[in-house]
Design a protein. Structure first.
Length: 288
């Protein structure tokens, strides 16, 4: 756990750097500097930082076009992995809405309420990093105003679409994000990628979703596909696992169900060598 003094120092350097960026620097250069400083900041939890090699936050945010003055909405930040990066980079000149699980929705399961409570405790423990984060609730159809309508420049969702499909409310969630974005705003989607032609039932069961289905959901909500990236691809993931995507790190669900012993150890080693899932990275735009 980092001391409050250390975190204040780190965030102070980030804010100072934001004011010292050369006037001639391009928007991409300014964004790159701020993201690099956030990714390497002392405020990050070690376990989260260790996953950067799979989640590629710097490349992902630059591909999606993040800029320092943007209003950003993250959908279901859960325990706050991306919050550790989005909060510092939006603090100097942007706005960050964290549209997390709804505490007041009757159908929100207890485990999600527990995750949300832990998320709030994370923010409260380090106000020097998170004091500006605007937390909203998202659950359809009960809580759907995640930011003032038509004000967000960038909406982000990381590995959530398969959950929405399981709950039969994926179209509604894409509509929520469309409503929050201003005309010309960008939607960034990162999701576990299924092989083309995978059935809907298999997608729900495995947690892997085809690119075609995500694109269909987005286009039906009024978005236009602008670009794709292989930033978060993993060719070693063949998507054929006994417990779906949760077989792989960080869950390792299949192996963790085994009794302690050599078989369990070999199982863990096998799936750790594969790494985290193969993922699509898509950039959509709301016509403006």
């Amino acid at each position: 756990m980092q001391s409050s003094k250390t975190i204040r120092h780190a965030v102070g350097l980030l804010l100072l750097a934001a004011t010292m960026l050369p006037n001639a620097a391009t928007a991409d250069e300014k964004a790159r500097i701020l993201i690099e400083q956030a990714v390497t900041g002392d405020h990050r939890e070690a376990d989260n930082a260790a996953r950067d090699r799979y989640r590629h936050p710097k490349k992902t945010l630059l591909f999606l076009g993040w800029e320092p003055e943007m209003t950003v909405v993250e959908i279901w930040p859960s325990s706050g992995w991306y919050t550790e990066i989005l909060a510092p980079i939006t603090r100097p000149r942007g706005i960050y809405y964290a549209a997390n699980f709804a505490m007041t929705a009757d159908r929100t399961p207890d485990w999600r309420k527990d995750v949300h409570k832990a998320f709030m405790e994370k923010l409260e423990a380090h106000p020097d990093v998170y004091d500006h984060v605007v937390v909203t609730e998202l659950s359809v159809p009960e809580r759907t105003t995640i930011a003032p309508p038509g004000t967000a420049d960038l909406a982000l969702t990381f590995r959530n679409v398969h959950n929405w499909m399981k709950g039969e409310y994926a179209p509604a969630m894409f509509a929520v994000m469309h409503r929050a974005l201003k005309p010309g705003g960008v939607l960034g989607v990162v999701e576990h990628r299924a092989a083309p032609g995978t059935s809907r039932a298999k997608m729900v069961e495995s947690g892997y979703v085809t690119e075609a289905h995500v694109i269909e959901l987005a286009e039906n909500a009024g978005f236009e596909l602008e670009a794709r990236s292989e930033i978060n691809a993993n060719p070693a993931d063949d998507k054929s696992h006994p417990a779906g995507v949760w077989t792989l790190p960080p869950s390792l669900r299949h192996c963790r169900r085994m009794d302690q012993g050599d078989q369990r150890d070999r199982c863990l080693q096998r799936y750790r060598e594969i790494g985290e899932s193969d993922r699509m990275t898509l950039r959509f735009r709301k016509p403006g």
